[in-house]
Ligand binder design. Structure first.
Ligand SMILES: *[C@@H]1O[C@H](CO)[C@@H](O)[C@H](O)[C@H]1NC(C)=O
Ligand SMILES: *[C@@H]1O[C@H](CO)[C@@H](O)[C@H](O)[C@H]1NC(C)=O
Length: 353
């Protein structure tokens, strides 16, 4: 009897060891794959006749080699910080980079295109790649991955990798408010349209074998320098109705993602909030060492972005970018991006990585 108990005990210990060992072994995340807009576009628009491109100085002024790669900032963009902070690689390249290597395919790329949104009309207006064009590029990427890694390994890479989507800002800010291209919708019905488009995009990704997805919400769009200039009155205040639309989109999107995560077996789908982090950076900018949070560094800082943010056109561009929260009238500086991404990687991404 005693022996039988000991025997069971040993088996029990063995089982515990196996279980503990398995739960300790973190599954490897081979690659980071990104879809979306200019916030995460490392230069996919360079070959397009798009309004949303920036592969010329002063863009990239503080980037390695001072090169204007097509990133919409003075230096690194959020995807570079995410890739390096989780230990994948230092820079996340553009899928359409002519110098893309096999190694880049294995560790991930960005398909994002400046000017894109969940609404197809948003990218069409900017002559950029829609999210659905990006999805087609992803299918092509999968075929290339199969020829580099073999069919089985490619399917594993697709399943184990982390996917980040950053979109929605251009839909609300540019398509709905500034251009008034969806005048047959009110804010709640347009938000609903965007959320349904996002949901359908995610289901398409899932059907292609993707399992781990993080969707970044929108920032307080009413506090973007361009919006302050055109709708914020003489004192260029944050525009409340833009911020309310941002909050509503984030709330509805996050609820839909919770629902999707339950509906799609063995998926991990999470909402990543940036609204509060960025709102804090803007409202309490001096706590973070910024001297200017309402104007971009480029030109007057009030309107210049992409084609207008151009060395040839302006002598007003600031000297010390590190004092500025915004680089141009739409996009944060590298330093602001780092402050934004670091808590995101710390607080949310361990769930996916
Ligand atoms: C966007 O366009 C694609 C391709 O034409 C289509 O499949 C998709 O349903 C469209 N999405 C929306 C939200 O209209
Ligand atoms: C600004 O900082 C204060 C004090 O830390 C904090 O209570 C407040 O919520 C911050 N503002 C925003 C918009 O986050």
């Amino acid at each position: 009897m005693q022996m039988a108990v000991n025997f069971l005990y040993i088996i029990f210990l063995h089982l515990v060891t196996v279980v503990v060992f398995q739960s300790n072994a973190t599954p490897e995340v081979p690659a980071l794959i990104v879809f979306g807009d200019s916030i995460v576009d490392p230069g996919n628009n360079n070959g397009l006749k798009s309004l949303a491109k920036c592969n010329f100085p002063p863009y990239g002024r503080d980037f390695e080699g001072q090169s204007a790669t097509g990133r919409f900032s003075n230096g690194k963009i959020p995807t570079d910080f995410i890739a390096s902070q989780v230990g994948i690689k230092e820079y996340l390249p553009a899928y359409l980079d002519p110098e893309l290597s096999d190694e880049d395919l294995l560790t991930g790329v960005s398909f994002a295109s400046g000017g894109a949104g969940f609404d197809n009309i948003t990218a069409k207006v900017a002559s950029s790649y829609t999210l659905w064009d990006q999805l087609q590029m992803f299918e092509e990427y999968k075929r290339k991955l199969e020829s580099v890694a073999g069919i089985e390994r490619a399917a594993e890479i697709v399943k184990d990798s982390v996917y980040i989507i950053v979109a929605g800002s251009n839909d609300i800010m540019v398509t709905y408010f500034i251009s008034n291209l969806r005048s047959n919708y009110d804010i709640p019905s347009y938000v609903d349209y965007i959320v349904q488009a996002a949901s359908s995009f995610i289901k398409n990704l899932y059907n292609l074998g993707v399992r781990k997805i993080g969707i970044v919400g929108v920032p307080p769009l009413g506090c973007v320098p361009m919006v302050r200039t055109i709708r914020g009155g003489i004192t260029r205040e944050c525009v409340e109705i833009y911020n309310q639309a941002s909050v509503l989109l984030n709330r509805e999107l996050s609820a839909e993602l919770t629902r999707l995560a339950q509906e799609l077996p063995s998926s991990q789908i999470i909402y990543l909030d940036v609204y509060n982090i960025l709102h804090d950076l803007i409202m309490n900018s001096s706590h973070y060492g910024f001297e200017e949070a309402t104007r971009g560094c480029c030109g007057t800082g009030k309107v210049e972005a992409t084609l207008l943010c151009n060395e040839e056109l302006s002598t007003l561009t600031c000297q010390d970018t590190s004092k500025y929260l915004f680089w141009d009238a739409f996009h944060p500086t590298e330093r602001a991006y780092e402050l934004l991404v670091t808590p995101l990687v710390k607080n949310y991404l361990p769930i996916l990585f």
